[in-house]
Ligand binder design. Structure first.
Ligand code: GBH
Length: 438
């Protein structure tokens, strides 16, 4: 049945459906030289001229490290039931290996205790791109040993914090930390090598599997999983269908198939030719460790056109990403049909950037973001109606933050951040979410 999107109600979703907001450590914390934190590849990358559009860095960001209690209160005000955050590896192991830094663990323990005290579920991500620089100096993710270091870090965090959290995701978007980082060079460490990127992708997924083994051995109640950035690919002509299959294979199947089927997709393996990674015997078994959930980050679709056509009538966010909610329904339904052992799904990120400004009335009117979120929630609802097991939705992001290569120039928050004063102001979208969940 057709539901008018503006009429979308909390009760259109299962009562136990999780609604939350998400962030990541490097994007909000600041305090990069405090608490015994070691340098990460993003600290280094930000200092290389030309890497970040506004020349900024993560030294202060949203100063979340110093404003933890205020930010926890802010989350609670939104009426969400869950918060997704990441742990900064260099706060736990400043050089990426060896003994745990107690001050780092204590910070996240305070965060988790603060969430629980406010009735909020903690959803922890272990790796949202801030690799300790010391491991990059040894080759980063192109170095097989990094996978083993990651599993060691996972065990340290899970032993201490695992008993208190609702879920632990190993990696956020390994496509970004491999292809975007080692081949396209837009993210740290900014390399331009396809074989390096494919080696990095393999070691990330191996690290994921090894971390799963370490954490399973702890018999935690927490659900363990992986977060992928996935999008649906489309074309407007049959001539472009091979391009669609290629795009889908590189973005989606290259990461889904090893984990859910224990194999790399054959067509893409052939396409990559001599650049394919060195896969050791047993690697794919490790990578195929059963998941309690798969996190899906969805922002847009890929439109393939060799002729360079754009989809007619398309609208775009401030990132230049097309707004295409149907792509989320299509993606979820397709996952459900293509993978027989698909675990329950969580939408771990979805959101939109707009050039928000604080009005003279002291408010931030962001109707386009409200509409974006409503349309995508409706897309999730349609997938659930079609039989897909989706358990939750996390809006990206709690607040405006350091948007990687774009610096502070792109605002994804439901909450506006004035970087001069660090004042937080609820945008209309935050108020809408609050009312929808209220
Ligand atoms: C997420 O990445 C991140 O997890 C989060 O930290 C970030 O702040 C947020 O999204 C907003 O960017 O590269 O032109 O082919 C999203 C990453 C977005 C990956 C779009 C692939 C394809 C577009 N992705 N993307 S393009």
């Amino acid at each position: 049945p057709e539901v008018k999107i503006s009429d979308l109600l909390r009760t259109d979703f299962p009562a136990n459906f999780t609604f939350g907001v998400a962030t990541s450590a490097f994007q909000i914390e600041g305090a990069t030289q405090e608490g015994g934190r070691g340098p990460s590849i993003w600290d280094t990358f930000c200092r290389e001229p030309g890497r970040i559009r506004d020349g900024s860095n993560g030294d202060i960001a949203c100063d979340h490290y110093h404003r933890l209690d205020e930010d926890l209160d802010l989350i609670a005000r939104l009426n969400v039931s869950a918060y997704r955050f990441s742990v900064a590896w260099p706060r736990i192991q400043p050089t990426g290996s060896g003994a745990a830094n107690e001050e780092g663990l204590a910070f996240y323990e305070r965060l988790i205790d603060g969430l629980i005290a406010r009735g909020l579920e903690p959803h922890l991500t272990l790796y949202h791109w801030d690799l300790p620089q010391a491991l990059q100096d040894l080759g980063g993710w192109t170095h097989r040993d990094t996978a083993y270091r990651f599993a060691e870090y996972a065990r340290i965090v899970a032993e201490r914090l695992g008993p208190k959290v609702k879920s632990i995701a190993t990696l956020n978007e390994p496509w970004c930390s491999s292809i975007l980082s080692y081949q396209i060079g837009e993210h740290a460490p900014g390399w331009n090598s396809r074989p390096a990127a494919l080696a990095a992708a393999h070691h990330l997924m191996l690290g994921h599997g090894l971390a799963m083994q370490q954490m399973r051995a702890l018999n935690l109640k927490a659900e363990l999983g992986l977060v992928l950035n996935l999008d649906s690919a489309y074309s407007d002509t049959p001539d472009d269908l091979p391009g669609v299959q290629l795009a889908d294979g590189k973005f989606n199947r290259w990461f889904l198939d090893p984990v859910l089927r224990g194999q790399y997709p054959h067509d893409i393996w052939v396409h990559y030719g001599n650049d394919v990674p060195d896969v050791h015997a047993g690697d794919l078994d490790i990578m195929q460790a059963p998941l309690d959930f798969l996190g899906v980050n969805y922002y847009s679709r890929t439109f393939v056109s060799a002729a360079g056509r754009k989809p007619p009538g398309a609208t775009y966010t401030d990132m230049g990403w097309e707004i295409y909610p149907q792509g989320l329904t299509d993606l979820l339904v397709r996952l459900h049909h293509s993978y027989s052992d698909l675990p329950p799904l969580l939408i771990t990120e979805n959101g939109a950037a707009y050039p928000d400004e604080l009005g003279t009335d002291g408010q931030i009117h962001d109707p386009a973001r409200v509409e974006y979120i409503q349309q995508h929630l409706n897309a999730v609802r349609e997938a659930i109606t079609a039989g897909v097991d989706v358990r939750g939705y996390f809006a990206w992001s709690l607040m405006d933050n350091f948007e990687w290569a774009y610096g502070y120039g792109k605002r994804f928050g439901l909450v506006y951040v004035d970087y001069q004063t660090q004042a937080r102001t609820l945008k209309d979208s935050a108020k809408w979410y609050q009312g929808f969940l209220g």
